[in-house]
Design a protein around this ligand. Structure first.
Ligand SMILES: [Zn+2]
Length: 98
């Protein structure tokens, strides 16, 4: 049996379930796993990246969350490029109920 690295497993998991990953804010991500949903902490404020699944070593949830963050950060950079008009800001505030 060939050994699949945790990085490969994370990549595979991201391509299968990446759409179900949810950012919880402050570097926390909700990542679906085979036996439930786990919370991954990408330690954006420093410290150690971690996941609350039973695996004590680096796990594929962590890899999948890292990939999710990389993709969403890249998307945000692209979408923040166009200049925002005052009308857009008004419309956005109205949507937020401000
Ligand atoms: Zn995990």
């Amino acid at each position: 049996m060939s050994k699949v690295s945790v990085t490969d497993k994370g990549r595979m998991h991201y391509s299968l379930r990446g759409g179900e990953i949810e950012p919880l804010g402050r570097g926390l991500y909700s990542v679906p796993g085979s036996e439930g949903t786990y919370t991954v902490d990408l330690a954006v404020f420093g410290g150690q990246e971690s996941c609350n699944c039973p695996a004590r070593t680096s796990c594929y949830h962590l890899i999948a969350a890292t990939m999710y963050r990389a993709k969403t950060t890249a998307a945000r950079r692209r979408s923040s490029r166009p200049k925002v008009s005052p009308e857009d800001v008004e419309a956005k505030l109205a949507r937020m109920g401000a």
